[in-house]
Every structure is written in C-alpha cells, then in structure tokens.
Write a protein that binds this ligand. Structure first.
Ligand code: CP
Length: 315
C-alpha cells in the first residue's frame, strides 16, 4: 500500500489484510505492561491537522509511538499555515524535513489526494484522516474491525447508517468499505440530509428509523455536522431544532428495544448525547463506542505497518 486516501476503490482483500493485522496487533499487545514494538524504529510520521480532532489525532500518535516511530504533530493553527503558507508548500516542507508519512485532516474534499500527488517524488506516504465531506477511511476500517469482532462476519449483515449522511465522510467511507466486504448498507435519513446521487451508491434508503431497526445487525449513528450547514445551504432546511431531529432520528431507549438482541450500536464520535443518541443507549452493553476508540489505535497501527513496513509497502 502506497497511500490510504479512500475506501472507494480499496481492494477488499487489502482492507481484510489491514483488519487481520489490527486484530493480531491487538492480541499481541493485550495485557502487556509495555506496549512498544520496534517495527517503525527510525521512521518519521507527521500528523497535519487543519480541523479539530481528539480520537483520530491521538490514536494515530499512540499508534506511531507504540510502533517506535518518531511522531510529530502539526496543527494548522500553530504552524506557518497561520502566516499564509499554502498546503502544497507545507507538505513539501514536511517531506523535505524527513517525513516518511503525512497524516492529513483538511476541510476541503480531495485535499489528501492533492497532497499525495505533490509528495509522489519524495516518496512520502499520505493517509487521509478526513477530508471535507468526502472520506475518512481509517474511521471506516476501525468501524469494520469493531463490527467483525462483535458480529463475526459481514456477509449478509444489515448495517444501518443514521442521520446526517449528507455531510458525513464517515458515512461515505463506511458505505464503500462495508458493502465491498459483503454487508448490506441501509441509509436512514430525511431527504434533505442525503447526498445528491445517492441512487448510485451501493445502499438502500429509508426515511423511517422505527421501521428499519428490527432488521438491523448494527446501527451506526452519525454526528450532526452543524458546522458544515451554512444558512440556506443543503441540510439547513431540515434543521430547525435539536428536538425535532432527536424525535425523528435519535436513538433513544424506546427505539433500542426495537433492535434485535444481538445488534451493535456504533457512533464515530464526538457524539451529541440526548440528541443523536441517549446516554442510556450510548452506555449500554449493546454499545461498542468505547471499543471503536480502542480498535482505532490497532487499526491505525496496522495502516502504518502496511504503508511503511510490510513487503507491499510503497508498492
Ligand atoms: N471520529 C473522529 O474522527 O473523531 P475526531 O474528530 O475526534 O478525530
């Protein structure tokens, strides 16, 4: 693997290899007092974040450190980006300084792809840690790892993705990854929070959450991305109040009783408790939300391994 930019077009065999590596790493490190492997000693990993993050940035940093890489965090607000430096010049600067891998989060869809073009000559690997409303591939991989752990397999499983699909890079990455691994994906959202061209995606669409819940093996609640809803823009017309959203699409205790007993509840975080998901549901045994975060470290270790250390790295 040379870069990880998207799950759209990602070979399902390669995705499965990443999940297998993550599972192996998790078992290797389980119960160890010192969680440090020598695999990436001497390699330099830089996180370059133009948007806020807790889970993704921290878990990439931990993943790199647990594999003995040198990890450096650059946030746009405290770098020369603040003085007007372009993304291209920033990327070339990081490569010249010795980055083997740049992990980027950026508000513009396509930013990671552009970066990979600029860094091709330097041979620096690029990981997309979320680009606008486009993709967040490591989130989908950690979601898949969590689902595989809980459900055993993807074949014939029905996964509901609920809420603000329009603005969600998490939804887009999960749609492509989960369907390529054999699951059936159902989007549950109001028409105004679905993207144009949804008919061309490998999904079925519903607007009625109660009707879908009894047939789901897992339900993934999405964050409502108010920061991407501009006045009069797409999605805004549906969003008069948190209360209305919660009544129509929130996962509350009543709705949770409609799910099969084995069903798994996911949320990529950060979650708006009481609106997207009730606390009683988020903290219930059916919820795998904490496990998603835990698996995020192992999945990101696996991604770094396949990019920088495996036989297929930079192939
Ligand atoms: N799920 C996710 O991307 O969370 P952060 O924004 O905290 O990284």
């Amino acid at each position: 693997m040379k870069h990880l930019l998207a799950t759209d077009g990602l070979d399902p065999a390669l995705a499965t290899a990443v999940l297998d590596t993550a599972e192996e790493l998790k078992h290797t490190l389980l119960g160890r007092e010192v969680r440090k492997l020598p695999t990436l000693r001497g390699r330099t990993v830089i996180t370059l974040f133009y948007e806020n993050s807790t889970r993704t940035r921290v878990s990439f940093e931990i993943a790199g450190k647990w594999m003995s890489a040198d990890v450096i965090n650059v946030s746009a607000s405290s770098s020369s980006v603040n003085k007007g430096e372009s993304l291209r010049d920033t990327a070339l600067t990081l490569a010249a300084a010795g980055a083997d891998c740049v992990i980027i989060r950026h508000p513009a869809s396509g930013a990671a792809q552009r970066l990979s073009g600029w860094l091709a000559e330097a041979g620096t690997a690029v990981v997309n840690a979320g680009d606008g409303t486009h993709e967040h591939p490591t989130q989908a991989l950690l979601d898949a790892a969590t689902l595989r752990e809980r459900l055993g397999s993807f074949e014939g499983r029905r996964i509901g993705i609920v809420g603000d699909v329009l603005h969600s890079r998490v939804a887009r990455s999960n749609i492509h990854l989960l369907s390529s691994l054999g699951a059936e994906v159902v989007l549950v959202a109001p028409p105004t929070l679905l993207p144009a061209g949804v008919e061309s995606l490998p999904v079925t669409v519903s607007h009625e959450l109660d009707a879908e819940l009894p047939a789901l093996d897992a339900v993934m609640m999405l964050r409502v991305q108010a920061e991407r809803m501009t006045a009069g823009g797409p999605g805004q017309s549906f969003f008069p109040s948190a209360r209305e959203y919660s009544i129509a699409y929130g996962l509350n205790e009543r709705r949770m009783k409609l799910l099969p007993e084995h069903a798994v509840v996911l949320h990529p975080g950060p979650m708006l408790r009481g609106m997207e998901i009730a606390s009683a549901v988020a903290d219930s045994p059916a919820s795998a939300i904490t496990e998603q975060v835990r698996n995020g470290v192992h999945v990101r270790m696996a991604v770094l391994y396949h990019l920088l250390a495996s036989e297929g790295a930079a192939a």
